[in-house]
Ligand binder design. Structure first.
Ligand SMILES: Cc1cc2nc3c(=O)[nH]c(=O)nc-3n(C[C@H](O)[C@H](O)[C@H](O)COP(=O)(O)O)c2cc1C
Length: 175
């Protein structure tokens, strides 16, 4: 099963080839990938995210602008995604410029999430230590009560600036 991805005319065809197959092979999080960034003092960092959309515009995932990754990706506008398929023995690497997607799309995606996820995103201080699980649960509860029966607006720290699209520059099959 050796696929020469140079035979694909477009990078997105190569992505579709592996990803469509992955969805058949893997039930849990076939869209999981690593996003790498570099801190302002040159230290590399990576973490798992879920890829939510892939188009000619690039790879999109959703996150918190004020998180460590948010700060690191935007200080030099460079990012890297590594997607790995154990089932297919393949790895796809995407290197490119980081940019924000349209805020309307951010709103749309935020409102499509379930209410608990919206509350979590609203109170989340991603990448920062919290005092305890109890403190977080209390904040969650208070927010939920204060917004009972109301539409939850996408928070500024989560919207507009906090979605990134990576323009693909390279992909390869490894083994
Ligand atoms: C399976 C899985 C999926 C995840 N998906 C996301 C995601 O889509 N967006 C996100 O911001 N964090 C996601 N996380 C949490 C990140 O891995 C990370 O812990 C968090 O974003 C803080 O990273 P940072 O401190 O480097 O900014 C996911 C974690 C796991 C294990």
């Amino acid at each position: 099963m050796n696929t020469d991805i140079s035979s694909f005319n477009q990078w997105i065809e190569a992505w579709d080839h592996f990803y469509e197959k992955e969805k058949e092979l893997v039930d849990l999080d076939p869209n999981a990938a690593l996003v790498s960034s570099v801190s302002s003092d040159g230290k590399p960092n990576a973490r798992v995210i879920l890829i939510k959309d892939v188009s000619q515009e690039g790879f999109t995932f959703y996150t918190n602008y004020e998180s460590r990754k948010g700060k690191e990706l935007f200080h030099n506008l460079e990012g890297h995604i590594t997607w790995y398929s154990r089932a297919q023995g393949a790895s796809i690497r995407v290197q490119g410029k980081v940019k924000k997607i349209n805020t309307n799309l951010s709103d749309e995606y935020f409102s499509s999430r379930d209410r608990n996820a919206q509350i979590s995103a609203s109170i989340s201080k991603q990448s920062y230590d919290v005092d305890s699980r109890e403190v977080l649960d209390k904040e969650f509860q208070e927010f939920a009560e204060a917004h009972e029966g109301k539409k939850i607006k996408r928070p500024d720290h989560w919207g507009g600036n906090n979605h990134y699209a990576f323009k693909s520059r390279s992909m390869e099959k490894q083994r």
